[in-house]
Design a protein around this ligand. Structure first.
Ligand SMILES: Cc1cc2nc3c(=O)[nH]c(=O)nc-3n(C[C@H](O)[C@H](O)[C@H](O)COP(=O)(O)OP(=O)(O)OC[C@H]3O[C@@H](n4cnc5c(N)ncnc54)[C@H](O)[C@@H]3O)c2cc1C
Length: 405
């Protein structure tokens, strides 16, 4: 076997979670390997706001996530590139009179959050990784196997024949985490029976810096505002649908798809003028029973995946990163190995309950809005109206969704 490189921490996956963790740990006397299977993106990011130039994967980042990215030195380049602040959120029910509006004024903030293209977040974080002498980015190369050694270190073998050892292996390798499977972490999972169709669309009217969400009996549909240019308005869509309806919608030509979308959103943004190609993702809820073992930690989607209806996935993931980095650095200052189980358990204790709460809330929302029985429809419409009228309750819901408490 080739020389085994030695690190304090090895992170699998340089998505938003893995790259954030590497940057958060950097500059503290720890050596970090960041291993990513995909090839690096080529060239610079497209700057003009044309339909085809937007990444179809976007994230609605809460103020808390933005603050973390600021702390990591990544936010400024995201803001300099492009993102869209949203000040307002309108949520309504397809077949009733239930409607609720949220405004940033209610929580005395300049915005509720920002819609950011995922590739812009990763690009900004990887620029920080490149500038950090204590992070070794190994890309493109996939993890092949991992083994816990008697020395309590973890041995990693890579697909290119390379090998490395670390005190702590962090799985930031996404929803289908290989590390989670290889190290036999148990997880509870169930199919939502939904797929999410994502695309970028051009709409005739201004989106008014509002995140629009309509709950249809077939699943929720969100239109998230993107930067406008030259009087042209763009939104990113996340249309969650029951599985059997997805293929028909994907098979529609652009014009018919735009017409179907316009009907589904009740024409609130005027005619839907154009769309990019659509892609679909199966949606599954998954929650690891344990996030940690000696020398191993799962973070973000590797530990939990959640329905995108409230755009919370990576926001929860970034909070995992903030807490894990805090525990590792506090331990390091006391001379404790980052792989120590007690240290890792503190991370798990601080994050698991919060993640579970959000996952349960999203699941309940989805179920409630799918119900067609009259009493439940009445309950949800009345519920939306009542919540809308009780200002303290509304503020509390909003503050929680924004990661402010
Ligand atoms: C349709 C949709 C809309 C969403 N909208 C939002 C939103 O508005 N707001 C929000 O907060 N969240 C949203 N989410 C969730 C969010 O996208 C995820 O939570 C987030 O992308 C997870 O990031 P991650 O870094 O954990 O994993 P990933 O983004 O999956 O990254 C994992 C990385 O690991 C690499 N990798 C995998 N296996 C290996 C291996 N064996 N070796 C080396 N590298 C490997 C992969 O190449 C990848 O780069 C949405 C999700 C979906 C499906």
């Amino acid at each position: 076997m080739a020389e085994i490189k030695q690190f304090d921490i090895a992170i699998i996956g340089a998505g938003i979670a893995g790259a954030s963790l590497a940057v958060a740990l950097s500059g503290n006397g720890l050596s970090v390997a960041l291993i990513e299977a995909q090839s690096p993106a080529k060239g610079t990011l497209p700057t003009s706001c044309r339909l085809q130039n937007f990444d179809s994967r976007v994230s609605a980042l809460t103020p808390r996530s933005r603050a973390l990215l600021e702390q990591l030195g990544a936010w400024q380049s995201i803001a300099d590139y492009r993102c869209c602040a949203y000040h307002h959120m309108t949520v309504w029910d397809a077949d009733g009179t239930g409607e609720i509006e949220f405004d940033c004024g209610e929580v005395e903030l300049p915005e509720l959050g920002h819609i950011v293209e995922n590739r812009a977040i990763i690009h900004a974080l990887l620029a920080r990784v490149d500038a950090a002498p204590d992070i070794s980015l190994l890309q493109p190369v996939a993890l092949r196997t991992c083994t816990r050694l008697n020395s309590s270190r973890v041995l990693l073998e890579l697909e290119d024949g390379g090998a490395l050892e670390a005190d702590l292996l962090v799985a930031a390798d996404g929803a289908l985490s290989r590390v989670r499977t290889m190290m036999a972490f148990e997880s509870r999972e169930w199919d939502y029976g939904h797929h999410a169709i994502v695309a970028t669309v051009e709409v005739a009217c201004s989106h008014e810096n509002t995140a629009w969400q309509r709950f249809l009996p077939t699943g929720p549909l969100a239109l998230l505002p993107l930067p406008s240019e030259d009087g042209r308005h763009y939104c990113s869509i996340v249309w969650s649908l029951q599985e059997h309806l997805v293929d028909d919608l994907l098979a529609l030509g652009d014009q018919l798809f735009c017409a179907a979308l316009e009907r589904a959103i009740e024409g609130r943004l005027g005619p839907v003028i154009d769309t990019t190609a659509r892609s679909a993702f199966p949606l599954r809820q998954r929650h690891a029973v344990d996030y940690v073992q000696p020398g191993i930690a799962l973070v973000a989607d590797a530990a939990h995946t959640i329905h995108p209806l409230a755009g919370q996935g990576i926001n929860l993931g970034l909070q995992d990163i903030a807490v894990l980095a805090e525990e590792i650095l506090a331990g390091h200052a006391r001379g404790v190995s980052p792989g120590q189980l007690e240290l890792l358990r503190r991370y798990q204790r601080r994050r698991k309950g919060d993640n579970l709460l959000m996952m349960t809330a999203m699941d309940s929302f989805k179920r409630l809005f799918e119900q067609q029985s009259l009493p439940l429809r009445w309950l949800r419409n009345t519920g939306l109206r009542v919540v809308g009228q009780i200002q303290p309750l509304k503020q509390q819901l909003l503050r929680h969704a924004m990661g402010l408490e």
